[in-house]
Ligand binder design. Sequence first.
Ligand code: SF4
Length: 384
Amino acid sequence: MTSKKKELELYIHIPFCIRKCLYCDFLSGPADESRKTAYMEALAREIEGRAGELAEYQVSSVFVGGGTPSVAEVGQLARLLWVVREKYQLTEDVEITVEVNPGTVDREKLEVYRAAGVNRLSIGLQSADDGELASIGRIHTVKQFEEAYGAAVAAGFENINVDVMSALPGQNRENYRRTLEYVTGLQPKPAHISAYSLILEEGTPLYERVQTGEIELVEEETDRLMYADTKELLKAAGYERYEISNYALPGRECRHNCGYWTRKNYVGFGIGAASLLENVRFRNTDDMRQYLKSPLECRRDWQQLTPGERQEEFMFLGLRLTAGISTDAFAAEFGVTTEQVYGDVIRKNLQDGLLVCAENGARIALTERGLDLANYVMSQFLQD
Ligand code: SF4
């Protein structure tokens, strides 16, 4: 850090995709060029217009997510990042991530990203099997992923995340293990791997097809075994599990996501983007028309968090990290100890082997079994 300004993370939402994946319920979809241009201009206005009120902060991370940010015209995305650079104070080592999909990037585009300061890429692969990719409506093939990965490396990216998914329709363990072997066998190795299990969201085409029996989901037991495969194979390949679903080579944890889990201040730009600023949560409208009309007047759902809500968040977000939470940080923030607020819950879960105290009580973390039952453990930290 170059000064004592408070740390802030920025999230920029690009809600466009070539085509909707069958399982996706994110705020994203196809759009024509004029709509995309209008949106990128509104985003630039919002980012620039908010700079004054955020002048006391220093930005340590910028995450451009979606949707598929790489669907935006490359010059427009680069200009947006220049607005960030020009209007905000960034830390010297700022992490700037852009999410991309195979089939939407080439070396030229990625070089423009690099020149605009992007130093981390997140590539959505999901599966190394073309049949599985088609079954969930992804727009790309494995070969296109390979081209995108090669282009990213050639453009100079060293910090690359690859997303994979388990429990896909028709997937068996052997296939899933092959996907993990494929990703860990890439040269050079990706710095980071996010591994999530497919979640069936109501209202998606996949949900409808499962309801009509057209598609069958994998059995719960297979899903569980795939989860164990993730841990085993990624560990064997040198990745450290630092969060329930995230694995990294040493020192390559995603700064942006760690910020969410440790409740750093973050501000989201674009439709539907959420923010947490000085213990107030709010989000932008998800109405595109309203956003395009007045991107600086579309915040809503304001929630000033109470001390109790902040303590709950501190615990159940922080416990997602395998390093767990710092009891000193809790006491410093709230003026009470974890023992005073959560003594009974902590003792019970220590006895049940779901929590562990480390560093002479300075940290509390989930055990391996606690990570498997994370939702159950975390629910106990909710206050009445
Ligand atoms: S590319 Fe991502 S955001 Fe777009 S439809 Fe597919 S899963 Fe959703």
